[in-house]
Ligand binder design. Sequence first.
Ligand code: SF4
Length: 350
Amino acid sequence: MYNITNQYINCFINRFPRRTYFIILIGFQIYGDSMTTSDHDRIKALSLEISRLKKERNAVLLVHNYQLPEVQDVADFLGDSLDLCMKAKSVEEEIIIFCGVDFMAESAKILNPSKRVFMPDPSAGCPMAHMVTADGLKKLKARHSDAAVVSYVNTTAETKALSDVCCTSANAPLICRAIPEKKIIFTPDRNLGRWTAEQVPEKEFILWEGYCPTHQLRVKLEDLLELKRRHPDALVMAHPECLMEILGHADAVLSTGGMLRYAKESNAGRFIVATEIGMVYRLQKENPKKEFIAMEGAVCPNMKKTTLEKVARCLRKMPEENEIALGEELMDAARKPLERMLEISRFAKK
Ligand code: SF4
């Protein structure tokens, strides 16, 4: 933990101007904190307590790739949205502690309703998921009754319940090709939708005008061009939630799970990572001989709300307000598009 964290700090300090790593240090309390022995002791003590409590509670920790490094390090399972959906479905422990944002924890509950699902910080929401309104989507469906609604998993349970099938950034083109409808209403991310429409030109797309504030506003073209100028040998991996002007400069457009595979399999030694900054920690940890360069300021504040203290507190007290509670009817309706996505993905793998 110590070595990796310091390697990560040094990687930023060597690479960015002082202003940049100051921003990163604010976004990632861990990096600043990790520099003192007492903070190492704190992390170690909390990690041990979490490990003990997990056994006592029969709980499992599912963690998204964008979480803080110290939270990633205590994960039982770490992954992107698709990996986490698949894992949530097969969890055998009685309790799922979901370290991510609200729609992910909701999906876990929907896919495995007999389990109790808790979020260490229930205020960690995804602004993009809340850009779709049920009323607006109903109206759009009425105007295009021949279209299928394909919703990114980054949606509320209410939006999923109005959708025909879900998708993630790892499988959006696959899902859109697999369904029979020629016309698709794609919610909520217009950037992922636009990129998917390019991959599936045989279909007509109607895009919901949502976007991820982190990928659209904080992954900036001028920063990417500057990094490319300073590291001309680096390959650029970009997430499809970024603007097209970013994707146009990418060597590969990938989900976070896809980035892990690409980085491992590539012969290149250096990569610019155009996605939320938490991803760089996992890439660096799993590929210690390669270099990963983060995009300035690409921090999702909601993904950084979950801390080890909150995970430990959640396991200790299991507060009612941290537990995901959804009505049976809503869960049944939202499960269908999620299950359909998993079925199409499973079939494609065979
Ligand atoms: S990175 Fe974007 S899409 Fe992901 S949780 Fe944050 S706001 Fe939502």
